[in-house]
Design a protein around this ligand. Structure first.
Ligand SMILES: Cc1cc2nc3c(=O)[nH]c(=O)nc-3n(C[C@H](O)[C@H](O)[C@H](O)COP(=O)(O)O)c2cc1C
Length: 178
């Protein structure tokens, strides 16, 4: 049963890569730079089930990148509203790379997201005062490696809660009181 739960989570992360409407395509990424938590929505771009690695793309000038430089510990939160299932993944940021060839493979509209003249978060006069750079980008690939996965499904008669942790090279699961 525990193995089935973890396998199901992995199957859903993989499905989310190709199914645009999948509820795990967007997830919440929590970082902590000082002692103030920082949460934001990001897109799951890749998932490696062998290494349990999650990839996102971002602007290298964004606050999350600054925060990750100071503190590599993060939490990822996935939620499926139909199955009332929440998955909390504790992870470590293991890679932040400005990847030119991957940038070239992105659709033109997406490429634009990483080419604003001013850094993300800079105050501007109006919503139309956004300029884009030509021939320069701040596209960054960021990879998180899971260290702990907690699954919770609300259902009757009993909710299901389980914790999976990496011990040496194996993932060991245990049920918890929901
Ligand atoms: C639906 C949605 C998807 C988003 N996807 C991403 C993403 O994949 N990468 C990203 O850096 N920001 C994404 N954002 C924007 C972030 O939520 C956030 O506002 C931005 O990255 C700045 O965050 P920061 O200042 O903490 O770095 C997305 C926002 C929304 C609403």
């Amino acid at each position: 049963m525990l193995d089935r739960i973890l396998n199901k989570c992995e199957e859903e992360w993989i499905r989310a890569l190709t199914h645009k409407k999948h509820s795990f395509r967007f997830f919440n990424l929590a970082t902590s730079n000082t002692n103030i938590p920082e949460l934001r929505v990001v897109v799951l771009r890749d998932y490696d089930s062998k290494k349990k690695e999650f990839t996102i793309y971002s602007d290298a000038r964004s606050q999350k990148v600054l925060s990750l430089e100071n503190n590599k510990n993060v939490e990822l939160l996935f939620y499926d509203p139909e199955k009332l299932t929440q998955i909390r993944v504790q992870a470590t940021c293991i890679q932040m790379t400005e990847d030119n060839s991957l940038f070239d493979q992105q659709p033109a509209a997406s490429q634009k997201d990483y080419t604003t003249r001013l850094a993300p978060g800079t105050f501007i006069e109006s919503d139309i005062s956004v300029d884009f750079l030509k021939g320069k980008h701040y596209f960054m690939k960021i990879i998180f490696e899971a260290t702990q996965i907690e699954y919770l499904q609300l259902k009757r008669p009993v909710h299901i809660r389980a914790l999976f942790k990496k011990q040496e090279s194996k993932w060991i699961g245990k049920f918890r009181t929901p």
